[in-house]
Design a binder for this molecule. Structure first.
Ligand code: SF4
Ligand code: SF4
Ligand code: SF4
Length: 259
């Protein structure tokens, strides 16, 4: 949690690094709640919606995107020095996210593929999550972020209290939503291994869970065991191929392997 007390009407800024900017766009989808939020804070920098820049310290910064080169690392460190509270906003920032897939390749192979024979002019490093570079005070997972959770975290920041990311599997929410388990339909879903908090957003809408909120800390001690036993997941993984299953999990979680 943040140790510095924020101002009564906090100065808030949004910054993006390597990302699709989809999580920032979600802010626009807050609708009327956005007006309440805007009434409580003073947005001083937000490249997607305004051109003004702020040259003093920030109370709260939202960092979207993962960190993939030395300039990004330097920029992030400078922002951190000026911010009382830093939020890793969205799975790219909180986990490394889909950009972490880059870490499965040799970095020069990636640079050559993207930039051609002039690749040495363009810096690129293995993807890092924000907390692999600077201290993070609040985490909002999700690709994209789940708006009710965003509102919850903003309330915690304004009150100066910690926000605890749910560390139970998506299955717990999926069951409360009375969904038929996808394993019953012969489909492998990453819900048992993935942190809840999205109200089983995908599985309640006919899709599988892709693991976008990162792994629960100890799936072996929670409902994952029941799911694995009941639906014989291990057998299904063998059918699917363990390599494919690993890749599914790595789609969002690969960057956390970087030290
Ligand atoms: S977490 Fe997903 S939606 Fe958000 S910026 Fe990254 S890729 Fe885009
Ligand atoms: S495995 Fe997927 S579909 Fe089945 S209960 Fe868990 S989240 Fe829901
Ligand atoms: S169901 Fe899974 S993939 Fe979908 S938002 Fe939730 S954690 Fe992410």
């Amino acid at each position: 949690m943040a140790k510095n007390k924020i101002s009564e009407k906090p100065k808030v800024a949004f910054f993006d690094f390597a990302c699709c900017e989809g999580c920032q766009l979600q802010i626009a989808n807050l609708g009327e709640t956005l007006l309440d939020v805007l009434g409580a804070v003073d947005v001083v920098e937000f490249r997607e919606v305004m051109s003004e820049k702020w040259d003093k310290d920030y109370d709260v910064v939202f960092i979207e995107g993962s960190i993939g080169d030395k300039h990004a690392e330097e920029r992030l460190k400078k922002i951190r020095e000026r911010a009382k509270v830093l939020v890793a906003y969205g799975s790219c920032a909180a986990l490394g996210g889909v950009n972490g897939m880059k870490n499965g390749f040799e970095i020069d192979e990636i640079r050559r593929y993207v930039y051609g024979d002039k690749y040495s002019y363009f810096d690129s490093k293995p993807t890092k999550a924000v907390d692999q570079v600077v201290k993070v005070d609040y985490y909002i997972y999700g690709c994209p972020v789940y708006l009710p959770e965003v509102v919850e975290v903003i309330k915690c920041i304004l009150k100066g209290v910690a926000y605890s990311v749910p560390d139970k599997p998506v299955c717990a929410e999926c069951k409360l939503n009375e969904n038929v388990c996808l394993y019953d339909k012969g489909v492998v879903c990453l819900g048992p291994w993935t942190k809840a908090g999205c109200n089983s957003w995908c599985t309640s809408n006919g899709n599988i869970c892709y693991g976008c909120r990162g792994l629960v800390s100890n799936p072996a001690k929670n409902q994952a065991n029941d799911i694995i036993k009941k639906y014989n997941v291990n057998e299904k993984i063998k059918v699917l191929g363990e390599e494919l299953m690993k890749k599914k999990i790595e789609m969002y979680n690969k960057a956390k392997e970087v030290k």
